[in-house]
Design a binder for this molecule. Sequence first.
Ligand code: MLT
Length: 415
Amino acid sequence: MIKLNDGFQQLPKTYLFSMAARKIAAFRQSNPGIDVIRMDIGDVTLPLFQNVGQAIIEGTKAMETDQGFRGYGPEQGYELLRSAIAREDYRERGINISDDEIFVSDGAKSDLANLGNLFSRHCRVAVPDPSYPVYVDDNAIQERAGDYKDGRWSRLIYLNGDPANDFIPSLPDEEHTPDLILMCFPNNPTGMSISKEELSKWVEYARRKNALIIYDSAYEAYVRTPGRVRSIYEVDGAREVAIEVRSFSKTAGFTGVRCGYTVVPKDLKGRYSDGEEASLHDLWTRRQCTMFNGASYFSQRAALALYTKEGGEAIAAATNHYLGNARIIKESLEKAGLQAWGGVDSPYVWTRFPGEDDSWEIFRRCLEDCHVSTTPGVGFGNNGRGFLRFTGFNTRENTEMAMHNIIAYYTQQHS
Ligand code: MLT
């Protein structure tokens, strides 16, 4: 029989969002008359921006002609798009990133997993708890996580987030020095953003310890609070220690279109086991050329349309809409006396119900009694036990209805 990748053996059998989706589908099937308001996976609900749709149509029309037809594109993305990204997302904001440090992809989730190909399986990896489950699962599949017991992996270094530190983890202690650090701000799932001062501590730490940070900034377009960071490269010295991963999914409604990008600065270096030094930019280029044929022409045409006046205005309107929903969620929870985090620079709101520590049971009650689907906090790590995550990705009307149901239920249970 074929020998299997042992990395899968101890992995929980079902991915968090698939498990939640299954439970929601089962409830819907046995209750066909009930409309469930979806606040679980962070999937956008507004339609594609008009100029994005138009760009896809024009791309299709061009592909139907002899002159406009394109086959394989550059594995790193079309020059025009890489240049627009580097210029508008970085250089015009005072950050030194060159066009060829941008690698266009089909989204952040695949890049986060694929980046693991660059690193030895002996690297010690630090992951926040709670965190987007992909960080942990990818490292388990790539055999960096060790053994799984009671919700934790023996070789991972957990960076604890909790109400006491407002879900901004402290630096690892001296006994646990990571080679690789995964970070995400604005954070999924807690919705918390980070200040430049706080993030500078991590950059300084990574420089001191020769560690590499993989910074997931998929939600940067939601930052509204002055002084809160959108890119890790706002911090001096980050070019030498950080890769940044971004996505157009939540920024511009691309969850179905599929396009994102990763920034790999040329300053980043690593070492092979024999001591030879190599550039991560070279390795990532090599990896992508072998394993990736580039994001589709259509999705790149669509992404390019975002770097126009119309595109910029549509991004602001869409993210403001979702942030408006997040504010309603947060304020409703707080009005009912519950603690809530996030929802200011993020579409996610993180909460807990006092005295409850079974996230799946709270998920079940929200679904069955309030007809609202959420994501159980424990799916993001042990520190998420008893917590729930709501998303602002819905209509205003559905958001208000969902919060009305949840608060009425909660008040009745606790009166
Ligand atoms: C989430 O809900 O955390 C994300 O939408 C999932 C994803 O981006 O894969």
